[in-house]
Design a binder for this molecule. Sequence first.
Ligand code: 2HA
Ligand code: ZN
Length: 270
Amino acid sequence: MKDIMTAPFLIDMIRTTTNMYNHGWDERNGGNISVLLDEGDVSAYLDTNTVLRTIPTGFSAPELDGKYFLVTGTGKYFKNAQYDPENNLGIVRLKDGGETAELLWGYKDGGRFTSEFPAHMMSHVARLKVDSENRVVMHCHPANLLAMTFVHMLDEREFTRTLWQMCTECIVVFPDGVNVLPWMLCGTNEIGEATAEKMKTARLVVWSLHGIYGAGRDLDETFGLIETAEKAAEIYMKIAHLPRINTITDSMMHELEERFGVKAREGYLD
Ligand code: 2HA
Ligand code: ZN
């Protein structure tokens, strides 16, 4: 059995939580991440027959039965994951159609996975239907995206178009656009179901007045997705109150589609 502290999936997770904290996206206990792991990767580091505890999830997700996830802990601070991974992170396997999580490693002080576990697991189900390689769901509170939801209309097409107009590469990085939920109570199955529904058509889902969810094939890609949207929102917040005399036009965006082989979300460009 190899030492789990050397597992690439754990190292990658620790680097990502640290990086996100350093970006200011995860104040205090803000934000959460879940990563779908292969059984083979887990069993190289852990005896998968040794279950430390079982934790009820409060929802069902039969599609994820038997699947393994590395998940940030509830109430835990991203900045601390690097110093005490076994307390701040955990590895669980879902069973009973997703209604139970078997803890295999972590949450050492008796803790449990993030309060946003429903939104994470339901989003995994939704994204896996669109992309069988999707492994990561990431939530955080980037200041500019959040700020934008206070001053920009929440219409998804308009919100997406504004972000695309802020940096040339936005349409290349997220041609599927950004879906937007109104303010909803966080930590509930209801916001989980609503997020998963939005995840069917885009890898980015804004939670108005709260933060953002991203999904992707690995931590780097998912981080990059949020990073790009947040950069665009930052530019928007710098210019929104100023007269705009130049912009990235729809015809420029059609050129970008052509050059980079991407297709903008249907009906989002004129
Ligand atoms: O506390 O970000 O949405 C973690 C969160 C809840
Ligand atoms: Zn949050």
